[in-house]
Design a protein around this ligand. Sequence first.
Ligand code: TYD
Length: 219
Amino acid sequence: MSGFFVVFEGGDGVGKTTQIDRLATHLRAAGRDITVTREPGGTDLGVELRQAIMHGGHVAPRAEALLYAADRAHHIATKVRPALEAGGVVIQDRYIDSSVVYQGGARGLGDEVERISRWATEDLVPHLTVVLDMEPHAERLDRDLDRVERETAEHQHLIRQAFLDRAALEPARYAVIDAARSIDEVAADVTAAVAESMAAAGLPPVPAEPVGLEPWGTP
Ligand code: TYD
């Protein structure tokens, strides 16, 4: 496979969308063929599966895990692999780690969740997973919280730690980036991590992200 597959992971509200947009703009300007996509919902079928997952009522945890896996199987087979085989760069919002962290960890379904996703994707492993890391609502645990607020805050801490634990298992394939900084600072670190990983994969070099400037404005 001649392309490059980079995934963004992290808790809710860490700025994935903004950083994905920045990276895509940067790499497009550098002449790369870019596909930006996401799970769940990166294909037409995926949009329907996403609606099924998020329909508002109760979804049994195993059914939910299988809906994410079904979305992933179709997405990887019909969109991501073809783009990679054509030599493109795929920038993806969430992948298997989200299932491991949210369904496997938070919902208590364990290691089987990862096995199901690996089967679903025929073991497609990203070249790089960028974990955008941020203390979730740091100040909130210090305040008086009602039970629901406290549970939500504690849940977010568990999610954050689970992503960090995944990254620590395979440091060469992960970049943990402090997302509690300016958009420019985070983008510069993301570009550097992607450039390093692309070079390791034998792809042509990528220019650095200009910090503090509009990326492609005239000087
Ligand atoms: P989304 O609206 O895309 O939000 P975000 O900007 O946080 O990515 O919703 C994705 C939600 O789906 C997010 O809360 C995490 C969850 N999710 C899982 O629980 N398992 C998965 O495998 C994936 C891909 C997402």
